[in-house]
Write a protein that binds this ligand. Structure first.
Ligand code: BG6
Length: 521
């Protein structure tokens, strides 16, 4: 496996303050009629524009098959913004200014003429950079990623970047990136025929979240925590990504993906790599991603016996989530009534390196859980309880640090405190930092940051080839061990519960319990 280095020697990494993309460019969105475009991409571009972070000159071209005019597409985007904007109201004058830069290109993704017409269309721009600095955003079915890149190349819209080139083209690829190691690697080879690694921006939208970026800031800018961030002091780590949604209208997709591919391969392993990585030598994209991939590569490979012991699948049956009744997964639209596809996964991993040897990392994620909440929970080793033990029944809990990723973003540290009074009684208490109270309610959407970085050419917050492939290797071992074994009773969970019994046992066997995120803890 190889990738080109150096990709970004700029000292400005992904953790710098939000900046402005300063080179004029055109963003072509493939899949302009899709959900992602109207719910996330256009609102994100509009907010970047409002905040003065778009280049002085830019264009957005929506590419899709349906019959639309520039005007009708703009109107559609405006309507959707009213629902999906992260601010309560939309500034109409600003929208009109922004919308002048939007245009619609009708075309079939598999028709080479559509790309030639696109190339002709870009030629009318006066500004050379607008014509030639191009971001191609592939918000389309993954089965078409390779074809689109071929057509772009044939229409001379995309070429491999060479040292000294004045202009650049970049390809932003949505997930899923492959469905196993082999398909991801083939897709990588395909894309890399027409673009260099530095031109490919593989999205994991979790990396666009402020709180996920803050993991590195928290660890590497605070002496008190990083000193403790190792096997000597940390007993275990839990990463929970809970969702209250079921699979909804995505049953067809989910039958193919399952939670291990949909969430674990990308979002949870990415969070783990940020928690476990060593400090990079700089914030340059290659340095950061190099350390993340080392952490992923240190994850101990699992034999089928390990998978049986350390990985739990789950599937929801009918239940109630926050007072709302939910059907079982097998009753969802486009789902096989006997499906064994998992909607929940919990697993225990070991990161076999000097820092983490022997420390279990427990990861879990699922649909139709009681809360939409993501957190990293670091549990420290207990103190030798010799001093206060003589006082009888003291409730001394080990220290725990919770990085709350969403919602109620914040960090809290639990420690034991003496209850005021004349007896020695203790109680766990917390120190808490909340984003809202500290910084106000300003939380940019993940896609704003990611689009900005793609325009600025900084790949720190995107997944490199070797990262995506290493993550697939881990997931492939698990899936191979599952084979086509049916789910057992211990693996079903009621919608609205925290998952199957087997997941509770996974921790109970080690003497632990899952920390269930609490509302605004
Ligand atoms: C997506 C998955 O990548 O992430 C979805 O495909 C999931 O199934 C979503 O619901 C969760 O993202 P967020 O930002 O809402 O936590």
């Amino acid at each position: 496996m190889s990738y080109e280095q150096p990709i970004n020697q700029s000292p400005i990494g992904g953790l710098e303050n939000i900046r402005k993309a300063d080179e004029p460019c055109t963003i072509v969105i493939f899949g302009a009629s899709g959900d992602l475009t109207s719910r996330k991409l256009i609102p994100a571009l509009y907010h970047l524009y409002l905040d003065g972070q778009m280049p002085d000159s830019f264009r957005v071209v929506g590419f899709a098959r349906r019959d639309k005019t520039d005007e009708s597409w703009r109107m559609e985007m405006r309507e959707s913004l009213a629902v999906h904007s992260r601010t309560k109201s939309v500034d109409d004058a600003k929208w009109d200014d922004f919308a002048k830069n939007l245009s619609y290109h009708k075309g079939d993704l598999t028709d080479s003429d559509a790309y030639t017409r696109l190339a002709d269309r870009l030629q009318v721009y006066q500004n050379e950079s607008l014509k030639n600095n191009l971001v191609f955003y592939l918000a389309i079915s993954p089965s078409l990623f390779g074809d689109v890149v071929d057509y772009l190349h044939d229409a001379q819209l995309l070429k491999r970047w060479e040292e000294g080139d004045e202009f650049w083209q970049r390809v932003v690829v949505e997930k899923p990136f492959g469905h196993d190691l082999q398909s991801a690697s083939l897709l990588n080879n395909h894309l890399l025929r027409h673009a260099r690694e530095r031109q490919i921006f593989r999205i994991d939208h979790y990396l666009g979240k402020e709180t996920v970026q803050n993991i590195m800031m928290f660890r590497f800018s605070n002496a008190i925590f990083e000193q403790l961030w190792n096997r000597e002091t940390i007993e275990h780590v839990q990463i929970t990504v809970g969702e209250t949604v079921g699979v909804g209208g995505r049953g067809g997709y989910f039958e193919e993906a399952g939670t291990i591919r949909d969430m674990m391969q990308n979002h949870l392993l990415q969070i783990l790599s940020l928690v476990a990585m060593e400090p990079p030598p700089s914030l340059a994209a290659e340095d950061v991603r190099g350390e993340k991939v080392k952490a992923l590569k240190s994850i101990r490979a699992m034999t089928p016996e390990d998978v049986a012991e350390r990985v739990v699948r789950g599937q929801y049956f009918a239940g109630t989530v926050n007072g709302e009744s939910r059907m079982g997964y097998r009753q969802e639209e486009k789902v096989d009534p006997e499906s064994n596809v998992e909607t929940y996964v919990a697993l225990k991993l070991f990161v076999d390196n000097w820092r983490w040897s022997g420390v279990p990392f427990y990861l879990r994620t699922g649909k139709n859980l009681p809360m939409r909440a993501s957190e990293v929970r670091v549990q420290f080793r207990p103190t030798p309880n010799v001093l206060f033990a003589a006082q009888g029944d003291l409730d001394l809990l080990p220290n725990a640090l919770t990085l709350r990723l969403q919602p109620d973003e914040g960090i809290s540290l639990r420690f034991n405190g003496k209850v005021p009074g004349n007896s020695i009684t203790s109680r766990p208490v917390r120190m808490h930092f909340g984003y809202d109270s500290e910084f106000g309610a300003y939380t940019p959407e993940a896609y704003e940051r990611l689009l900005l970085e793609a325009m600025a050419g900084d790949a720190t917050l995107f997944i490199r080839r070797d990262e995506v492939e290493t993550a697939w290797r881990i997931v492939d071992d698990i899936r191979a061990a599952w084979g086509d074994q049916p789910l057992t009773n211990r693996e079903f969970y009621a919608a609205g519960s925290w998952g199957p019994m087997a997941a509770e046992e996974l921790l109970a066997n080690d003497g632990y319990v899952w920390h269930n995120p609490q509302p605004a803890e």
